[in-house]
Design a protein around this ligand. Structure first.
Ligand code: ASP
Length: 302
């Protein structure tokens, strides 16, 4: 039994960006699925899927990420293995082409979370691909940055109406192992050093073979308060359907902390779930008995 679900952010994705979001999610799904089909692990599958999304400038991860207030890209990423409960994360890193691969190296080390310059030094030691800051910056984001500098009262929550494209994946492999991964450039115009939910185990992602896996996206300052990924996966323990668990988690996020976001979920039986309280969320999934599905609106599949 195998299953894979990916997402490319939850916000008011405008009509003219729908195709790019669909195409990106479809490519990520294909890359991750190829790994699972070849007998690869869930961890390998989520890494492969997220690398595709980090390469795609459509999304706020890797190339194309939002710029911080200093006009620089700072990236957060994490992954978790539900069989071993090992986790690896990096936060506020620069010059890293694929932060999810660096997170994977951290997962294989004695540590869970490395930040800033130390994480970059670790990347060098590990032979993880480095890049120049500018290699991750696209013109669209230079323009967004310039426009936001002109609006000093811009707040993080406002970003969810303009743009929000963190990426993530959750997989179940043929051995029954679950893994989850999340990667992001954070929110536009964030203070340098700001870290959101995405690299935090339990908030931006979670995976446990005893329950399920989840990757989240949305306003990090709200997601962290409700530890969203753990809140959602805990509900799977007694057999709740992932669609219901996701719905309850997102409802709690909205009601309790006025939060905004979305999540994708798999349980240990490979059943899929998702929910968002933003106007749209880009996601796609495939299982051993379901052909690829790519969606932008919850209403499309509800
Ligand atoms: N959750 C991410 C953050 O707050 C952003 C996103 O999901 O797009 O950093």
């Amino acid at each position: 039994m195998t299953a894979l679900i990916v997402h490319g952010g939850a916000w008011a994705i405008p009509d003219n960006e729908v195709t790019a979001h669909r195409t990106g999610c479809a490519a990520a799904l294909e890359a991750g699925w190829a790994v699972l089909e070849a007998g690869g692990s869930a961890l390998e599958a989520v890494e492969a899927a997220v690398r595709v999304l980090e390469n795609d400038p459509t999304f706020d991860a890797g190339v194309g990420s939002f710029l911080n207030a200093a006009g620089e890209v700072e990236l957060d990423a994490a992954m978790m293995d539900g069989s071993t409960m090992l986790a690896g994360a990096v936060a506020a890193v620069q010059h890293i082409r694929h932060p999810i691969t660096l997170a994977r190296r951290v997962l294989d080390s004695d540590y869970i979370l490395l930040v800033g310059a130390g994480a970059e030094r670790f990347a060098e030691e590990q032979g993880v691909e480095l890049c120049a800051s500018d290699d991750l910056v696209v013109e669209r984001e230079r323009q967004r940055w310039a426009a936001q500098r002109a609006k000093p009262d811009f707040r993080g929550r406002d970003a969810f109406h303009t743009a929000h494209d963190t990426v993530g994946a959750v997989a179940l492999d043929a051995h029954g192992n679950l893994a989850a991964a999340t990667s992001t450039g954070g929110i536009p115009n964030k203070l340098p050093g700001r870290v959101g939910d995405s690299p935090l185990i339990g908030s931006g992602l979670y995976a446990d073979n005893e329950t399920g896996g989840c990757s989240t996206t949305g306003w990090g300052e709200s997601i962290m308060k409700v530890v969203l990924a753990k809140t959602v996966t805990d509900r799977l323990r007694d057999g709740e359907h992932p669609l219901d668990a996701a719905k309850v988690g997102i409802e709690y996020l909205g009601r309790r902390v006025n939060g905004l976001g979305g999540c994708i979920v798999l349980d240990r039986a490979g059943r899929v779930g998702w929910a968002h309280n933003t106007p749209r969320m880009a996601f796609g999934y495939r299982t051993h008995d379901t052909p690829p599905v790519i969606a932008i609106d919850q209403a499309e599949l509800a």
